[in-house]
Design a protein around this ligand. Structure first.
Ligand SMILES: Cc1cc2nc3c(=O)[nH]c(=O)nc-3n(C[C@H](O)[C@H](O)[C@H](O)COP(=O)(O)O)c2cc1C
Length: 188
């Protein structure tokens, strides 16, 4: 029996990411963003509160940023980037990073997956700017690639987030193949 708990956003867990950017003052900043999504096969979305003014203005100025998945060994640092504010704290040394030709999208060296992205659009919803991003380069730890050169998400081990109880979860194990399992469906 289901119970109606009201108008509650139940679409969790979502992947935890760290967004890397360069501010208007040309300093590197990292902030944690878990309201993320796939828009189509080639674009993703990060939802950033306008109150994160320094980060938001940096993204608008340079129109590029990085989005990195977070594994368990990065989690304390990633959570810190979701607590500390750029206005009061220099977070540029929290992760090791380097730049590619996008110049203003710091790639986190220790991330299992780090994408440098161009901002191609943005949609304002309430106090949030939802940036639509086109990944230009996707950097993956070699040990997280399978023999076909695809990302092995069991090895990448991305951490997930849920807002209801404000907690992190692990991803878990592969339990089946998409577009295959359904072939065993039988009408009751
Ligand atoms: C797990 C987690 C997820 C978060 N997700 C978001 C998010 O999706 N959007 C957002 O605007 N802020 C999110 N935050 C809050 C920002 O990361 C946080 O306010 C940060 O300190 C802003 O940094 P800045 O001042 O350097 O921009 C999240 C924080 C945590 C810990």
């Amino acid at each position: 029996m289901q119970k109606d708990i009201g108008s509650v956003m139940g679409l969790y867990p979502t992947p935890v990411t760290v967004v890397g950017l360069v501010t208007e003052e040309n300093t590197v900043n990292f902030l944690t963003i878990a309201h993320v999504g796939v828009v189509d096969h080639g674009h993703l979305l990060v939802s950033i509160d306008k109150a994160h003014e320094i980060s938001d203005k940096g993204i608008k100025k340079h129109a590029v940023l990085s989005v990195s998945l977070v594994n368990q060994s990065m989690l304390v640092s990633a959570d810190y980037c979701g607590i500390a504010k750029a206005a009061a704290t220099d977070k540029s040394a929290v992760f090791n990073y380097h730049m590619d030709e996008l110049e203003y999208a710091p790639i986190i060296d220790e991330a299992p997956v780090s994408m440098t992205c161009k901002v191609v659009d943005s949609i304002v919803a309430g106090n949030f700017t939802n940036y639509i991003l086109k990944p230009v380069h996707t950097y993956v730890q070699e040990e997280c690639l399978n023999e076909r050169g695809k990302i092995d998400y069991e090895k990448a081990d991305p951490v997930l987030f849920e807002f209801q109880s404000a907690q992190y979860l692990t991803t878990g194990k592969v339990i089946g193949k998409c577009w295959v399992m359904g072939k065993a469906y039988k009408q009751q």
